[in-house]
Design a protein around this ligand. Structure first.
Ligand code: FES
Length: 429
């Protein structure tokens, strides 16, 4: 009975509050978005050797991601085909097979059913094991070390789904020889719908000066360079926002911004390293624009992967019902960094953005309160909400791909909901 066209008015930038809590919307999202989109599974560096595996979720479905003997990566549903028990209870490890703990069916790491107790006297050798393997994620592709999976065997290639957002994403991945590695994950839950965090990370710099005022003021030591907060107080504050409505991606960044960003709050030697040799290497590899003008880049790869460059995190917003999100948080490190720099960055990022981080608490409270405001109450659920900032003022830019607007805009949010709506209506993938 959903009238999907009424949920988001893209011409006027109006979203209906019920999209954040309606169980029917959530059910359709599982079917038409999370079963058809490329979803982040992990990083290649987490499973370098044959038999290495990690367990993650694709929305609500638990999957095992494994390195095979030929170097390829497979992903299978973490579900026994006998009675549905989990095949693996660990988060990661090394195993070339998974044995169900209930009755003992055994699967290889590519999902093939290879044996079970009482195959002869119980099943009389009649069970066709080839038909009862674990469900395989049909598409797994890699972008510069990031592993993505897609339940839709007919989905366009990952490169097509990323499109122009790859140019922004690569600012996180290509800044140092040898690439990145991920520290973590850390996990915590927030009482809000998954879209709040995913959409806001692709669009909202508007909140920072207000929401993070206390944290930024408290953290800025006397005589230190200006914080981002102070940039927002100057008349020449600027920056860009990038939206890609045909694919749902969004990104934003303030200018100028230093690449050491929030990690300046990390203990030594992180700030010196990030502002010194790492920055010059980044300039040589990525060019001036992505070095000097995108240090504060925050972005969302549709539907639920977000990255923050200044805080050096990558995270996935995993839906856990319409009213709860599991935040899966990793810290991005350059693989070749000295160990003491890695350690300092982990401390600095955890101090600012993590379950107990100063800024995280501001943001988590915002989205939880927005969720309550939009979902508790019959009248509240019918309210039109405003996504109009900068509407009609976007356009192309000679240096950046996508639809470009001022940093104080909701170009990314409108891109997010446009693609979200297209998918719900069964349209463009
Ligand atoms: Fe897995 Fe029975 S549920 S072997």
């Amino acid at each position: 009975d959903l009238n999907i066209i009424d949920l988001f008015d893209r011409e006027n930038g109006i979203v209906k509050a019920s999209i954040y809590s309606d169980p029917d919307v959530y059910k359709l999202e599982m079917e038409r978005i999370f079963s058809r989109s490329w979803l982040f599974l992990g990083h290649e560096g987490q499973i370098p050797k044959f038999g290495d595996f990690l367990v993650t979720t694709m929305a609500e479905d638990s999957v095992i991601v494994s390195r095979q003997g030929d170097g390829t990566i497979t992903a299978i549903l973490n579900q026994c085909r006998h009675r549905g028990n989990r095949l693996c209870l660990a988060d990661m490890g090394n195993s070339k097979s998974f044995r169900c703990t209930y009755h003992g069916w055994v699967y290889n790491s590519a999902g093939g059913l290879v044996g079970m107790p009482h195959e002869t006297d119980g099943y009389h050798n009649k069970l066709n094991k080839a038909e009862w393997g674990a469900i395989r994620v049909p598409r797994v592709e890699i972008h510069k070390g990031l592993i993505f999976g897609n339940w839709d065997a007919e989905a366009p290639a990952l490169s097509a789904a990323l499109g122009d957002v790859a140019w922004y994403l690569d600012a996180f991945l290509d800044g140092a020889e040898g690439g990145i590695e991920l520290s973590g994950p850390h996990r915590h839950h927030v009482k809000c719908n998954w879209k709040w965090q995913a959409e806001q990370h692709g669009t909202d710099f508007y909140h920072a000066a207000i929401s993070h005022n206390s944290a930024l003021t408290a953290l800025n030591p006397p005589g230190a360079p200006p914080t981002s907060f102070e940039y927002t107080q100057t008349p020449d504050e600027t920056g860009y926002q990038f939206g890609m409505p045909e694919l749902g991606h969004g990104a934003a960044g303030w200018f100028p911004a230093r690449n050491d960003g929030l990690v300046r709050f990390a203990p030594a030697p992180a700030p010196a390293y990030l502002g010194g040799p790492a920055r010059e290497e980044m300039r040589a590899r990525l060019g001036d624009i992505r070095t000097d003008e995108m240090g504060s880049l925050v972005m969302t790869v549709f539907p639920n992967l977000s990255l923050n460059r200044a805080a050096r995190y990558l995270r996935v917003w995993q839906p856990r019902g319409p009213n709860r999100t599991e935040v899966v948080h990793y810290i991005i490190l350059d693989k070749k960094m000295p160990e003491e720099v890695k350690d300092a960055i982990v401390r600095g990022t955890s101090f600012s953005f993590n379950a107990s981080g100063l800024f995280e608490q501001d943001d988590s409270e915002n989205v939880a309160l927005c969720h309550r405001g939009a979902s508790e109450g019959h009248i509240s659920r019918q309210t039109p909400l405003n996504v109009q900032m900068g509407l009609g003022f976007g356009g192309p830019h000679p240096d950046f791909p996508g639809q470009i607007n001022h940093v104080y805009a909701e170009e990314g949010a409108r891109a997010f909901y446009s693609h979200w709506q297209d998918l719900l209506m069964g349209g463009a993938k």
